[in-house]
Structure formats: C-alpha cells, structure tokens
Write a protein of this length. Structure first.
Length: 122
C-alpha cells in the first residue's frame, strides 16, 4: 500500500470537513503540487467548473453534444469532486479553514432576508 492509499484508508463517510482538508493537503504534497501558485490553482478551478458545466449540459439539457466525444465527458459526481478538491487546495494554499469560512458566512447569511424575485420575462 502506498502512502496515498494509506491516507485514503484513514478517511470515511464520517470524516469531518477538517479531516478532508488535511487529507487533501497531504496527498497534494505527496503528488508534488504543494508549491503551485495560487493563480494556477484558480485557473484549474475554472477548468474543473467548466467540465462540471459540460457534464450537467450532457445529462440535463437538450443541447447538442458531439457523439464521437462522449467518452471524453465524465459524470457529474466526478466533476463535483474535482471542483471540491481544487477548492480545498485553494483554501489550503491561502491558509483558510473551509469549515470555519463556511460557518462564518452562514452565520451572516441567516440574518439576511431572502426574497425571491419573480421573473419579469415570464
């Protein structure tokens, strides 16, 4: 078992967000990407978000897709995971605890009024 497999074996469905963030930090170090610039991580996040959009387009819209390239499109679940992993990498690079950031933002959000506006076009 290599080190990455050992680290993966230590996380489970009951792992906390902090544990996942630590896991991603460790495997990124093992893979040699820990010194990648934040700008490159941001570009990667945009790329992965685009792949998620393409996977959603393929499965949930009637927009055309090149049938010859269907094997190049991955499933939505994989793309959501890729976006999440890269987001965690960005948080790690910027020393942001993702759980704390989400909690703080939600503490702010719950004090707001959320009025849904009606669509003027229909």
């Amino acid at each position: 078992m290599n080190t990455q497999e050992g680290l993966l074996a230590n996380i489970s469905k009951t792992s906390t967000l902090n544990e996942l963030q630590d896991y991603i930090r460790s495997v990124i170090r093992i893979r040699g990407f820990e010194n990648e610039e934040i700008e490159k991580k941001m570009l990667l996040l945009l790329e992965e978000t685009g792949e998620l959009a393409k996977a959603i387009r393929k499965d949930y819209t009637d927009m055309g897709i090149d049938d010859k390239k269907l094997n190049h499109y991955t499933n939505i679940e994989n793309e959501v995971a890729d976006v999440f992993i890269v987001l965690i990498c960005i948080c790690n690079k910027l020393n942001i605890n993702l759980f704390d950031a989400v909690y703080k933002k939600e503490a702010e959000n719950v004090t707001r009024n959320w009025d849904k506006k009606e669509n003027k076009n229909g």
